[in-house]
Structures are given as C-alpha cells and as structure tokens.
Ligand binder design. Structure first.
Ligand SMILES: [Zn+2]
Length: 498
C-alpha cells in the first residue's frame, strides 16, 4: 500500500497590505494539527478532501500532518513558517517509510523574509523526503516559480474563478500522484507569460476566460494531455519575477508542449479584454443620485477587497458622500479597530466625534472626521449566505454600526470574506433599503448580489487591490511585463519540460 504524507498551508498574500499575518490569524483559533483538525479538513469539500479521496480510491493510505489556513492579507510572519516546518519534520520523522507527498498550498504566499514561501516549503520537504514524488494543488491566482517546478512533480490549479472546484483540484493532484507511483511517465510542460491582469475584470464563467478553460478541458477530454492549469497570477505581489503561467501534464511531451503553448497564447491574447471598465467614485455617486429604479447602486470598491488581501480600511465613498452633502442613503464597512473601540466607549444611542478609515493602507484617501451616532455594537460573528460558502461562519472581531447622517458605516476590527450581503445585512444594514451600497470585493459578490441589484459599477480607487495596477507603488516589478512595459512584438516563449 502506498503511503502519502500530506499537509496544508494556504494564505493569499498581498504585499501592498502592510499588516503582517500572525499565527493567530490562522485557523480561527483552531489547532494546527491533530485529530480534531484532520476530521474537520476531511469533512470539508476542499482540496485536502479531494486529494485524500483520490489517494484512497487508488488504494493508498494517507498520513495527515499540519494545517495552516488564513484569510487573504499581508505577508505572513516568519514565525508561522517556522511552526509549519517544525511540524512537518516532526510528523515525517514519526511517519516511517512514505511513498509520496501531497501539499495543499495557495501558491501566492509571501512571508516577512521570503517572497516565494510556497516554493520554499516545497523545497524544504524535498530535502526531507529525497526523491519521493510531491504533488501540489494551487489557487488559480498562484505565482508558480522555478523553485516549485524544480521540487514538485505535479502542480494543479483551480479551473474556476470565483473558485468553486477546490475539491476537484485536490482530486486531480491526488490522482496524478497515485498514477505516478503506479509507473506513469507524465511530466509537466510549462511556459510563463509576462502579464498581470486584475481579477475584477474576469470570471471563468464568462467570455473571454470561459473559452480558455473550455480549450483546456477539451485537450484533457481528447486524451492529448492528462491535466492543465492556467495560473493568472494575482497581481498585488511586488516581488521579483512576477508573471502568469500555464502548466500541462502529459506522457506525450510533444503534445503537452503544444497544448501549453496554445493555452498560453490564448491567455496572452485576452489581456486587453479582461480589463474591468472603471469609473470614479463621483461618477458612480452621480448615477446613484439619478437612479429611480428602486434598486440600490452597487459600488464595487475592489481595490479594498479583503478577499484580495486588502485591509478594508478605505472610507473614500463615505468621505465623498459626506463632502458632497449628498442625500444618498449609503452603507459600507470600514476596518478600523481604534474607531470600533471608540464606539464602545461612546455607547449605543449616543453621539460622538469619530475619526475613521485610512488607518493602515498608504495612499487611501481619509480619514473621515464627523459626528456620528452609535446604532449598535457587535461581537463581529456572521454567517455567509451566498451559495459558494453558505453557512460558513466568519468573525470581524468587535464591530459597531455608526450613522453619520444618511451614511451608515459598519466599523470592524479586522477584515475577512467580503463579497457576501451578510457582511452588511447581518449588522442591520439591509442592502435593499439603501441607495448606494459599497461592496469591497472583486468578483465574489456578483452571484449573491444578483437578486438585490444589477446596477454594478467598479470604482477606480486607491488600495492594496487596485485594479488599476498603475496606482500601486511598485519597487520590484520586473522589466517587460504587461500592462507596464511589455515590448510590442512580444512572442510567447517555447514551453519547457520539467
Ligand atoms: Zn484566487
């Protein structure tokens, strides 16, 4: 029986978010290993469950070890990486002989001192397990590096955005790993594409991205390759060598290279089409003031999306509505722990002077200083309603709703999943009763907000997840990357085999 060691380490880093993710940001206070966590992860339809199912179906045995999961955010504390490595080594030492490794990794994770944390952890495990095969599952937004390719034999990414195929992706990785152990000669063909595209501009459910995924599915269905992944890197990583990448896996390496080249060409071709149309905050306020549909205008402030790794601290829409003296009934949330604590001091029903917003992210307009009335105080727990994670509980930490005239602001201690109507609804800001609702998300909000309103406008604002990538202060951006200084006659390179 083949024995497969596995672990999980998932956090999407945004290097423009200055808040470091500490150990307490991981697992919502749950342990990092042990039976309780194994049971929880194997009962969740996620990558780990998918991989374990595939391994067991092929007659394998699984050896659980460490689990580290955190919401998107800033760089991860080095301490977290040390805890992970220590745990992996300890479990490997106790495991005896193993035949292979499966790792559920995000793929776009930076620590305080390491830009390629996932590559570093794969390399570390490689050092411990010798030449045993390693299979990895990644997010579609992963930054796949040479270090990963050198140390893992199998790399699989999600095919969906919004991400719905966690389980299926883990299953693909687990299945390919077991096939490798059964003698498969499949290898990876891969090619990098020097392009960054903002996630607010596409989903895999619609064109032009949909036909790219269809093309990959067809290559697998026809038997040309066994697997493919499209890694459209999440663009908020100010790291050396950032790029997007295609990987195909097959036994016929000529076919795998041809398929990788075709997918790369197609991804490259759609680069201009996937740029989201954006408007200024004032243009969207103008639209909302003229809106007589009875439905709220949804202002997507994707630049401040906690799902994309931003802090959620932008008060720009409250700022503009108040400065304009607009009568729009407006609802939004703003991450600002000091303002939350002030609301607890002021107390429900009382009025005080508040200063809120722009507390963390450089370049975000604000803060706002205004008289506000505290409407309600909360422990910050809420439950997701949208289909993708229906029933999942999240916690914002201590939170308060404060009214500044017709602008209702949910002040929260820390950001988290952000595209769900319950983010506001749970705290008494019922989106259907407002004129203007700020949604701090890229794409995840579109499905759950569909019954509420189709009046969606993406705002061009500053923030760690700015879709306008030119807004960000880059220091390590490599030369020759779209949408910056890509040479006009750029040709996709020949795919390489790993
Ligand atoms: Zn992603």
């Amino acid at each position: 029986m083949k024995r497969i060691f596995f672990f999980e380490f998932r956090q999407e880093s945004n290097t423009f978010n200055p808040v470091v993710a500490q150990p307490e940001h991981f697992n919502s206070g749950m342990p990092f290993e042990g039976e309780e966590m194994t049971k929880l992860r194997l009962n969740t339809r996620h990558s780990v469950q998918g991989a374990v199912t595939a391994i067991r179906q092929a007659g394998g045995e699984v050896i659980p070890s460490m689990y580290f999961r955190a919401p998107s955010g800033g760089r991860v504390a080095d301490k977290v990486m040390e805890m992970l490595k220590e745990g992996i080594k300890r479990h490997l030492d106790a495991a005896g002989e193993i035949d292979g490794v499966y790792a559920a990794l995000h793929g776009a994770t930076c620590t305080e001192s390491e830009d390629d944390a996932c590559g570093a952890i794969i390399e570390y495990v490689r050092g411990l397990v010798g030449d045993k095969p390693i299979a990895v599952s990644h997010d579609l937004h992963a930054k796949v590096t040479e270090k990963m390719l050198r140390n893992a034999q199998i790399i699989c990414g999600y095919h969906t955005y919004p991400h719905l195929d966690f389980y299926e992706t883990g299953y693909r990785a687990g299945k390919l790993l077991m096939e490798k152990l059964a003698g498969s000669k499949a290898k990876m063909a891969t090619v990098a594409i020097p392009m960054l595209i903002p996630p607010a501009g596409y989903t895999t459910q619609n064109e032009p991205f949909k036909s790219l995924i269809d093309m990959g599915d067809e290559m697998v269905a026809s038997g040309k390759i066994q697997d493919y992944s499209v890694f459209a890197v999440q663009p908020w990583l100010d790291i050396a060598g950032i790029d997007s990448r295609i990987i195909t896996i097959g036994e016929d390496m000529e076919a795998a290279k041809v398929c990788a080249g075709k997918l790369a060409q197609r991804l490259f071709e759609i680069r201009d089409e996937v740029q989201p149309p954006m408007m200024t905050v004032d243009e969207i306020i103008d639209i909302a003031e003229k809106n007589t549909s009875g439905k709220p205008v949804l202002l997507a402030e994707s630049a401040d999306s906690p799902n994309g790794g931003a802090v959620g601290d932008s008060p720009v829409v409250a700022l503009r509505v108040l400065e304009r003296g607009s009568e729009l009934k407006t609802g939004l949330f703003v991450t600002d722990p000091a303002a939350v604590e002030h609301a607890f001091v002021v107390g429900v029903g009382n009025t005080g002077t508040f200063t809120f917003g722009a507390a963390f992210t450089p370049g975000v307009p604000g803060p706002v200083t205004a008289e506000g009335r505290v409407r309600s105080l909360h422990d910050g727990w809420w439950t997701q309603e949208g289909a993708a994670g229906r029933g999942t509980a999240f916690c914002f930490g201590r939170s308060a709703v404060v009214s500044f005239g017709n602008v209702d602001v949910l002040l929260i201690t820390q950001g988290g999943a952000s595209g769900d109507p319950q983010v506001l609804r749970h705290f008494g800001i019922e989106p259907t009763l407002y004129d203007l609702i700020v949604v701090k998300a890229n794409t995840s909000f579109r499905a759950p907000y569909t019954p509420i309103s189709d009046l969606v406008y993406v705002a061009d604002t500053a923030g760690a997840c700015a879709s306008n990538l030119h807004q960000l202060k880059w220091e390590k951006l490599p030369k020759g990357v779209y949408p910056f200084d890509l040479p006009e006659n750029y040709q996709i390179a020949e795919p390489a085999v790993w």
